[in-house]
Design a protein around this ligand. Structure first.
Ligand code: SF4
Length: 552
């Protein structure tokens, strides 16, 4: 039910916006984006675990039933609809620390790239377009606006982008989206993407998503992949020809066959589920044509990223309203079903907007469908079992091997250690498959240690937080008085959002700096003060504990 509530609240918020009882004056990017090449003008909220870019300043927001109010405690916010508290938690995604940095040549990092959603770094590598201010320009695009008021620089140097990406990765950014205006010499745009992706991949190790205008040849796509691009966006914008002619004449001038060719080549090169296209909603398009277009996309392995129109102040569509929420929801439901039939999911997209999901509730409708619809029929809803030994532990170890040895390369051959035999392992299963795990180990005096949190890449999103919450519950249920974990620095913000607090920085743990953090057990919430942690070896000596099984 919570997943459906998130999907419904998010889709309505994106069509109606949210009023801020405290005003928007102090909100800066990523909270206060005002322009850019993609959907803009908004505040990034976290609805439970789902990021949502929500309008706050457009004129229609004054009529929104939603209001965000500071909590009476002074900590956090509450979301209200027509004066009633909404039962979906809402928080404002905080401004990242890396915004304070600047390059050696003195360019502020925030002029090079911005945090989008909660874990995506986005940059317009070339903030100009050959169509800008011409009759062929996309009416919804604001690519030239940010440049005029000095919020960005015209061309981002690959080395600068890589530097920002490195800093962002240290704060938990997981993927990078690169976009650009269209250049007269198409090779220029392609080379920019090549060099930028290569630098980001080499220096920050993050998967990169590139958004490029067709036509684009197969060899160019292969070169992008070799440079480190993981996913590609080739945006059709609308499947309704009349709408496309009215709002995006430059794209309407390209026959649909040009897009189809580019999508087919891109799926061959990057794989199914790694090619995406924006499908804008609310431009007056025909729902049946839109749905038919999306169906053909999913049949060829292309992910249709449905995005409700976000009119950007200063653009030709500034006075338009976003689409009616019922129209958007119907399409979300239908397209989520198409994706499911095709075996596709936002979770399988390695990078980019579909992975970020800040501007669309499609992923939330996918989740809703999977949890309270078809998955139950097939008997594969999420379950979490707590075990000490047996085949399920082997499956947990296999997930850890995939994440810590193969993906993160923290361990060379195995991440197994002496704690495995005396720990409880939480096995998160989807159907029969174990997709995530975390280990909890009893120490002394009611203290437990959490470790080895791992979720398979295709299932990242909400499952990590589910596992952490489930681990906290399990420790609490077993009478634990204190729950500690060494957290990689890039994951500290994630744990803070789940109520964990920093205890002390640990310069080296498993060969890298970590933060010792404490989980929100009941005893802590009642105000017990936690001092520094004893570091003698006996404190960390585990004792044996019996396991059990339970449902999530
Ligand atoms: S969905 Fe794309 S445009 Fe929207 S916030 Fe995320 S990365 Fe940015």
């Amino acid at each position: 039910m919570a997943l459906r509530a998130v999907a419904e609240v998010k889709s309505e918020l994106q069509s109606r916006g949210v009023r801020l009882s405290f005003g928007s004056r102090d909100l800066e990017a990523p909270c206060g984006r005002k322009g850019g090449a993609g959907p803009a003008e908004g505040l990034t909220l976290l609805l439970e675990e789902s990021p949502a870019s929500v309008p706050v300043a457009a004129s229609y927001v004054a009529e929104s039933p939603y209001e965000l109010r500071p909590e009476e405690s002074g900590i956090g916010y509450g979301l209200y609809r027509q004066g009633e508290r909404v039962r979906v938690s809402a928080s404002i995604v905080p401004e990242p620390q890396f915004y304070r940095g600047e390059t050696a040549s003195g360019i502020p990092y925030r002029k090079i790239a911005l945090l989008h959603g909660t874990d995506c770094l986005a940059s317009t590598v070339l903030q100009s377009c050959m169509f800008w201010a011409t009759p062929s320009a996309c009416r919804f695009c604001g690519i030239g606006l940010s440049l005029v008021d000095g919020r960005t620089v015209l061309a981002k140097k690959p080395a600068d982008l890589a530097e920002v990406a490195r800093a962002a990765a240290r704060e938990g950014v997981r993927h990078v989206t690169l976009t650009a205006g269209t250049t007269r010499d198409r090779l220029e745009e392609w080379r920019l993407f090549l060099e930028s992706a290569r630098a980001v991949r080499r220096d920050a190790g993050l998967p990169v998503h590139v958004q490029i205008m067709p036509p684009i040849g197969r060899r160019m796509l292969e070169a992008l992949r070799e440079a480190g691009v993981s996913t590609i966006g080739i945006h059709v914008e609308s499947f309704d020809p009349a709408v496309l002619r009215a709002v995006s004449p430059c794209k309407a001038a390209l026959p649909l066959s040009v897009f189809r060719r580019a999508w087919a080549d891109a799926v061959d090169v990057f794989g199914p589920n790694q090619v995406t296209t924006f499908v804008l909603l609310g431009l007056g398009e025909d729902a049946a044509k839109t749905l038919e277009g999306c169906k053909r996309l999913t049949e060829m392995g292309v992910y249709p990223f449905l995005v409700p129109l976000r009119p950007i102040p200063g653009t030709a569509l500034a006075k338009r309203n976003p689409p009616a929420v019922s129209f958007v929801r119907d399409l979300y439901e239908e397209v989520a079903g198409l994706l499911r039939t095709a075996g596709m999911s936002w979770r399988k997209v390695r990078a980019g907007c579909a992975r970020c999901r800040g501007c669309s509730a499609l992923a939330d409708y996918e989740e809703t469908l999977a949890s309270d619809g078809g998955e139950k029929v097939r008997g594969s809803a999420l379950t979490c079992e707590v075990v000490r030994s047996g085949p399920l532990v082997d499956s947990c170890l296999a997930v850890r091997h995939e994440v810590f040895v193969r993906e993160q390369k923290i361990f060379r051959e195995s991440d197994g250690d002496s704690l495995d035999g005396v720990s409880l392992h939480l096995a998160l299963r989807r159907g029969r498959e174990v997709v995530g795990t975390v280990r909890i180990t009893p120490l002394e005096d009611g203290t437990w240690l959490g470790s080895r949190l791992a979720v398979l890449p295709a299932w990242r999103g909400a499952l990590g937080s589910l596992l952490v919450r489930r681990a906290v519950e399990e420790v609490e249920r077993r009478g634990g008085r204190r729950f500690l974990a060494y957290i990689q620095l890039s994951r500290v913000r994630f744990f803070q959002r789940l109520g964990w607090r920093c205890v002390e920085a640990v310069p080296e743990y498993c060969g890298m700096p970590h933060m010792l953090m404490e989980g929100p057990l009941g005893l802590d919430r009642s105000g017990r003060r936690v001092d520094s942690v004893p570091r003698d070896s006996s404190f960390f000596r585990p004792r044996a504990e019996a396991g059990t099984g339970s449902s999530l």
